[in-house]
Structure formats: structure tokens, C-alpha cells
Design a protein around this ligand. Structure first.
Ligand code: PBG
Length: 333
């Protein structure tokens, strides 16, 4: 019997024939609870302000962030990651607003916890870039360089203030050496062993953060290449991973998302803690821009990217589409 005469014996297409078959044999699927919504809350505004480079994403007021958090709960979303945008006049060299109990991030955390209680995992960005007048993720030394160890002292204080304000999880994102250890110690010192750390473990110096800088009104001139990782490096991420786990990270993250799926897949094979991927602002902007021009199918493109994170091994995906995508997923399953 010739294979050519009767055609192929093995036919993978048999399992692709219907929606029901494809659904049954799917190896990976995205669940709403896997998704975390990053959200911006801005001080001193009466109405939400649109972010032009992120169509559909806004800088929230206290009222509108409460509403967004309630919608996320209703959609079954797993968590929310809050970023505070202080008034320009509240920024200074030390990023004092980041440790002011009444600073915008802290008041937003309280507002969201008042709304959702424990029904949503409430996370806070632990970094100085949103609150410093120079826009760097740390404090500067006399020569204008980011001072690692002086920054750690600021992060320790931020961790305590954010825990007091109601964060279930803090996310140190400044890529300072030793940041996870310092944050863990600071939390434990005030008896907050219950607050978890989501470590930005492999965080690359990426061009795709562009729209985020608009979203938080960043004052940064220059770049973050002395502390964020070089996109050319892979082994360096393994070193960061070992350090973060040794320092007490409860969860680890790779950021950005799509350009670093190789790093994500490698981490997935190695770690025994939950693994997150952050689909960042520029990734969001690319899809929205192309979809807005009618060049790609928006919903399919979004779900395809989210699925790719799961396929690469992520347990958790931070995405600005979290609530909307959760709605699509609930409709489809
Ligand atoms: C630092 C931080 C950044 C993002 C999250 N946390 C900006 C940066 O490192 O420049 C970027 C997120 C995004 O682009 O969506 N606080």
C-alpha cells in the first residue's frame, strides 16, 4: 500500500475540524483569574484623563478606579496592579510622595481595598520613577548617578507604607540590587509577613515602555540602562532569578512580554513559584494601533498574545486588556 496512493496515514488535521474538537484538545487556555489589570490613578483630577498612546486606557480618579476594580471583580479578573501619578508639584528628588501615607498611590490602595476587600488581589508598584522630579527609579548621588543602596532605604519605607495602605502584594520594579531582600525585611519588621512580593526579576531596558511614560507623566530624560537589563542578555536573567528567589520573592516576573518569551519559557522550566509575564504599554499600543487601522482583528490578536504567554509557561499575565479579555473568555467558555 503506497502512502502516496492512499494519502497520509497520520492526519493531525482530524483534531482541528470543529470548534468543539479544537476546544477539547487545546493544550493551554487563559482563565480570567490568570489576569492582572495594571491601572493608573492620578492626583488632582476630577474626571478620568485619556492616555493618547494607549487608546482605551485612562488615568483614573479615586471614584473611577473603584469602579474599574469592581468591574474587574465582576469579570473574574485575578488582580489589579496600581500605579500612582502625583501632581507635578508633589515630585521631588527623593520621591517623597511615594512614602507619604496620603500620597496618591497610598490613597488609591485604600480606595480600592475599601471597594473590593479581599475579592481581588491588590498589588502596588514599588518604584520611585512616578514620584521623582528626575524620573529615575532611584535616588541620585552627588554625581547624578542612581545610588543603589540609598534607593534601597527608600524602597524599604515604601513597602511599609504600601502595606499599611492595604497592598496584598508589592511589586518592586526598580531593578536595584538587593531590592527583594530589603523589601522582605522591611515588611517583616512591621509584622507584615502576610504581604507577598512579586519580583520584577527579568526587567529589560525596553523601548516598548514608551506609552507608560505618558501614562505616569514621567519626567525622565535619558534612559534606565544602568539598572534595567540589556535586551541582548539571557544568562543575566538567570542570575537575577537566583538572587530574587534567594532574597524571598514569592512570585517572579518577566517584562516586557512578547519580545522575551524565550526568557519566560526558560524560567517556567526552572521555578517552583508562580511566574508572571507583563504585557506592557508598547505591546498594548502596537495591537491597538494596528487594529484601529483595520489591519488585524483586535480580539483575536489580543487573545492570541495572552495564549502565547500561557503556552510559554506563565501562570499570571499583567495586561491592560484584563477586564475586557476576561469578558470574552467568559463568553467563550
Ligand atoms: C517602573 C515601571 C515601568 C513600567 C512598570 N513599572 C516603567 C519603566 O520601567 O520605565 C512599565 C509598564 C508598561 O510599559 O506598561 N515603575
Amino acid at each position: 500500500m503506497s502512502v502516496l496512493g492512499d494519502g497520509p496515514v497520520v492526519r493531525p488535521r482530524r483534531l482541528r475540524g470543529t470548534d468543539a474538537m479544537r476546544r477539547m484538545v487545546a493544550e493551554h487556555r487563559v482563565h480570567p483569574a490568570d489576569l492582572v489589570l495594571p491601572a493608573f490613578v492620578r492626583e488632582g483630577i476630577a474626571e478620568p484623563v485619556a492616555i493618547s498612546s494607549m487608546p482605551g486606557v485612562v488615568q483614573h480618579t479615586h471614584d473611577s478606579i473603584r469602579k474599574a476594580a469592581a468591574e474587574a471583580v465582576a469579570a473574574g479578573v485575578g488582580g489589579i496592579m496600581l500605579f500612582g501619578v502625583p501632581e507635578e508639584s508633589a515630585k521631588d528628588a527623593a520621591g517623597s510622595a511615594g512614602t507619604d501615607p496620603d500620597g496618591i498611590l497610598q490613597s488609591a490602595l485604600r480606595a480600592v481595598r475599601a471597594e473590593v476587600g479581599d475579592d481581588l488581589v491588590v498589588m502596588s508598584d514599588l518604584c520611585l520613577d512616578e514620584t521623582t522630579d528626575h524620573g529615575h527609579c532611584g535616588v541620585l548621588d552627588a554625581a547624578g548617578r542612581v545610588d543603589n543602596d540609598a534607593t534601597l532605604e527608600r524602597y524599604a519605607e515604601m513597602a511599609q507604607v504600601q502595606a499599611d495602605a492595604g497592598a496584598h502584594v508589592v511589586g518592586p520594579s526598580g531593578m536595584m540590587d538587593g531590592q527583594v531582600a530589603v523589601v522582605r525585611e522591611a515588611l517583616d519588621d512591621i509584622g507584615r509577613q502576610d504581604v507577598a512580593i512579586l519580583a520584577y526579576t527579568a526587567k529589560y531596558a525596553s523601548a516598548f515602555y514608551g506609552p507608560f511614560r505618558e501614562a505616569v507623566g514621567s519626567s525622565l530624560k535619558g534612559d534606565r540602562r544602568t539598572y534595567q537589563q540589556d535586551p541582548a542578555n539571557f544568562r543575566e536573567s538567570l542570575r537575577e532569578l537566583e538572587l530574587d528567589l534567594a532574597e524571598g520573592a514569592d512570585m517572579v516576573m518577566v517584562k516586557p512580554g512578547l519580545p522575551y518569551l524565550d526568557v519566560l519559557a526558560d524560567f517556567a522550566a526552572k521555578v517552583d513559584v508562580p511566574l508572571a509575564a507583563y504585557q506592557i504599554s508598547g505591546e498594548y499600543a502596537m495591537v491597538e494601533a494596528a487594529a484601529g487601522k483595520g489591519w488585524i482583528d483586535r480580539e483575536r490578536a489580543v487573545l492570541e498574545t495572552l495564549t502565547s504567554f500561557k503556552r510559554a509557561g506563565a501562570d499570571i499575565v499583567l495586561t491592560y486588556w484584563a477586564t475586557e479579555a476576561a469578558g470574552w473568555l467568559r463568553r467563550d467558555y
